[in-house]
Design a protein around this ligand. Structure first.
Ligand SMILES: C[S@@+](CC[C@H](N)C(=O)[O-])C[C@H]1O[C@@H](n2cnc3c(N)ncnc32)[C@H](O)[C@@H]1O
Length: 269
């Protein structure tokens, strides 16, 4: 593990706001530490992730896994004790067009959506992932709680050097408006939050039916106009430690009961 990640994991503090108004900052446990706790405790029939990069969110999974990223930078052994690891080096839209999950009768139990941080991409990733979820599944949306204006840029040619949330924060008001049936639990995972979505319904097509309308209403909206206070007031932060402390009850319908992790045995030298 590189030093930067080690430092982040050991910190309980979020990043300080760099500009302007009073941002509601995610200053709890680092999201990778939280994901590690989830995978240390629970086994899933299928863990699915969009956006793998160096593999920090992929390594901890001990479950059958599907990972999608157009440019993998994984260096260490990413399979670990996973019984299966399916890796797709392509964009998430292309992955879903191939319909790999349905063709192989695979349903997502726990999904981590951390690919392209532009609003319309995360909206499509959410729509497509939900269609492929099993009953009781959990989808985790990363980076929906920005802590300054700079990290929200949509300009792919001038991305900030460190954290970049893009404008995926818009998923929160959009899901609230179009999918009040969903439960959104916004965890204060540093540095930019982790939204756990439960109550998923693979048959619900409201978002896809309204996709064009949602895009035209939201894609050009800026947080400066929407209002930081309005955004802050739209959700409560939940402490990741509490989710861990109550035995991951949010994941009760997603995890496999009485499952044991694979213990691969070396069969020859
Ligand atoms: C923030 S990184 C993922 C970090 C990783 N999940 C972690 O926690 O360590 C975002 C990744 O999304 C990938 N990405 C960009 N566009 C994508 C797309 N259209 N579909 C899937 N992944 C995409 C990038 O290549 C990058 O590796």
């Amino acid at each position: 593990m590189d030093t930067t990640v080690k430092d982040m994991l050991e910190s309980e503090e979020g990043t300080e706001a760099a500009d302007g108004p009073a941002w509601k900052k995610a200053s709890g446990m680092h999201y990778i530490k939280f994901l590690r706790s989830v995978h240390e405790k629970l086994l899933f029939d299928l863990y699915f992730e969009i956006g793998t990069c160096n593999g920090h969110s992929l390594y901890p999974s001990r479950s059958r896994t599907v990972a999608v990223d157009p440019y993998f930078r994984v260096k260490d052994n990413a399979i670990g004790v996973k019984p299966e690891l399916h890796v797709f080096q392509c964009g998430s839209d292309e992955f879903f067009e191939r319909d790999f999950l349905k063709r192989n009768d695979m349903k997502i139990s726990f999904g981590f959506l951390d690919g392209m941080h532009l609003f319309e991409y995360l909206l499509r990733d959410f729509i497509n992932a939900e269609r492929n979820c099993r009953e009781g599944a959990v989808l985790a949306l990363h980076d929906c709680c920005p802590y300054n204006f700079t990290i929200q840029t949509r300009d792919l040619n001038h991305l900030p050097r460190d954290a970049w949330t893009g404008d995926v924060w818009k998923l929160l008001p959009v899901l609230r408006k179009y999918r009040p049936d969903l439960t959104l639990t916004v965890l204060a995972c540093a540095p930019t939050g982790l939204v756990l979505v439960t109550g998923l319904d693979p048959e619900n097509d409201k978002l896809s039916r309204h996709y064009d309308e949602i895009l035209s209403d939201w894609v050009d909206v800026e947080m400066r106009d929407y209002g930081v206070d309005r955004f802050n007031e739209s959700f409560e932060f939940h402490l990741p430690r509490k989710v861990i402390g109550d035995g991951f009850s949010l994941f009760a319908g997603a995890a496999m009961e009485n499952a044991v992790p694979l213990a691969p045995v070396k069969v020859s030298t």
